[in-house]
Design a protein around this ligand. Structure first.
Ligand SMILES: NC(=O)c1ccc[n+]([C@@H]2O[C@H](COP(=O)([O-])OP(=O)(O)OC[C@H]3O[C@@H](n4cnc5c(N)ncnc54)[C@H](OP(=O)(O)O)[C@@H]3O)[C@@H](O)[C@H]2O)c1
Length: 283
C-alpha cells in the first residue's frame, strides 16, 4: 500500500474499494473480501444505501478501526438537517468517527452543510472533509467560505480519457488531492482495450486494469475501483511493485480529453434535490 498525505496531515491509503451500485449483500461481501486482502480504505455514501453493510463488514473483519480509512458522502437531501444527519450516518456505519466525509453533489445549501461538517471535524467525528462533483467555481466558493478547514479532497470522474489536469492545477496550491471515481471508466471495455495498456501490461506482467490503476497512483490520485469479484479486488491492489516510466506516463497522457461518461446538467442537479430516500430503511 502507498499513502497520500492530506493537507491536514492525515495519512490516506492511495487506493480503496468503491461500493457504488452494490446491494447491501454485495457491498458487505466485497468489503469483506477487500479487507481480507489488505485494503485499508472503503468508500460508501448515504445514497448507495449500503452504509450499514459496509459497517458490518468492517466490524466483522477483525481489522483494527484505525487501520481502515472509511469515507462516506452526505446526500443533498440531508444538507439542511445539520449535525443529526452526520450522527445518523455514523450510526448506520456503526462508527464513532469517519475518516473522510464528502458533500456528494453541488446543489442545495452546500455551504451550510460544509459548516456543519467543519463542526463535526472539530468535534472529532470526522478526520477529513471532501467535495464530490463540485465544479471549480463552487469549490472556490467553499474555499473562501471555509473557516480553517479547507477541503482535503475533491472526488470527480477521472480516468485516462478524462484526466482532470485543469482541476489538478487549481487544487495544487491548496494541497487538496483528487480522488478518481470511475477510475476504470466504470469498466468501459474500449478503455480497458486501449493498446497502450495491453503493451505495458505485457512489459510489467500486469493486466491493462493494473496499468491504469498504477497510472492513477503515479498521478498522485486516490483511487477507489469498484468490484464485486474477489479476484479483481485482489488484482486491483497488486499495483505497488512496479513503476511506469515518464515516457510511459506521457503516452497515457495522450489519451486525455477523449470521453466523459457523466454530464452534470442543471436539470440533473435539480433532480438530485428531489431524491429523498429513507437512508435508515436500508438493511
Ligand atoms: N462521488 C460520486 O459521485 C461517484 C460516482 C460514481 C462512483 N463513485 C465511487 O467510485 C467508485 C468507482 O466507480 P465504479 O465502481 O462505478 O467504476 P470503476 O471502478 O471505474 O469500474 C468498475 C467496473 O470495473 C470492473 N472491474 C473492476 N476491477 C476489474 C478488474 N481487475 N478487471 C476487470 N474488470 C474490473 C468492475 O466489474 P467487476 O465487479 O466484475 O470486477 C466494474 O464493472 C464507486 O464504486 C464509488 O465508490 C463516486
Amino acid at each position: 500500500m502507498e499513502y497520500l498525505k492530506l493537507n491536514n496531515g492525515v495519512r490516506m491509503p492511495t487506493m480503496g474499494l468503491g461500493t457504488f451500485l452494490m446491494s447491501p449483500a454485495e457491498a458487505e461481501a466485497a468489503a469483506t473480501a477487500a479487507l481480507a486482502t489488505g485494503y485499508e480504505h472503503i468508500d460508501t455514501a448515504n445514497a448507495y444505501m449500503n452504509e450499514r453493510a459496509v459497517g458490518r463488514a468492517i466490524a466483522k473483519s477483525g481489522v483494527a478501526r484505525e487501520k481502515v480509512f472509511v469515507s462516506t458522502k452526505l446526500w443533498p437531501s440531508v444538507y439542511d438537517a445539520g449535525m443529526p444527519a452526520i450522527d445518523a450516518t455514523l450510526a448506520r456505519l456503526g462508527l464513532d468517527y469517519v475518516d473522510m466525509l464528502i458533500l456528494h453533489q453541488p446543489v442545495g445549501d452546500y455551504l451550510t452543510a460544509w459548516h456543519t461538517m467543519e463542526e463535526a471535524y472539530s468535534a472529532g467525528k470526522v478526520r477529513a472533509l471532501g467535495l464530490s462533483n463540485f465544479p471549480q467555481n463552487k469549490i472556490a466558493e467553499v474555499m473562501s467560505s471555509a473557516s480553517e478547514v479547507k477541503p482535503q479532497l475533491v472526488t470527480v470522474e477521472c480516468h485516462p480519457y478524462h484526466q482532470q489536469r485543469d482541476l489538478r492545477a487549481y487544487l495544487g496550491p491548496y494541497g487538496t488531492i483528487i480522488e478518481a471515481w470511475y477510475p476504470l471508466g466504470h469498466g468501459d471495455a474500449s478503455l480497458l482495450a486501449e493498446p497502450v495498456f495491453e503493451e505495458l501490461g505485457e512489459k510489467y506482467d500486469k493486466s491493462p486494469v493494473q496499468i491504469i490503476l498504477r497510472w492513477h497512483v503515479q498521478m498522485g490520485t486516490s483511487i477507489i475501483p469498484g468490484s464485486k469479484n474477489p479476484v479483481h479486488i485482489a488484482d486491483n491492489a497488486d499495483i505497488f511493485d512496479f513503476r511506469l516510466t515518464e515516457a510511459e506516463m506521457a503516452r497515457i497522457a495522450e489519451l486525455d480529453n477523449t470521453k466523459t461518461y457523466y454530464q452534470q446538467t442543471e436539470e440533473a442537479l435539480a433532480s438530485y434535490l428531489k431524491i429523498r430516500p429513507d437512508f435508515d430503511a436500508q438493511e
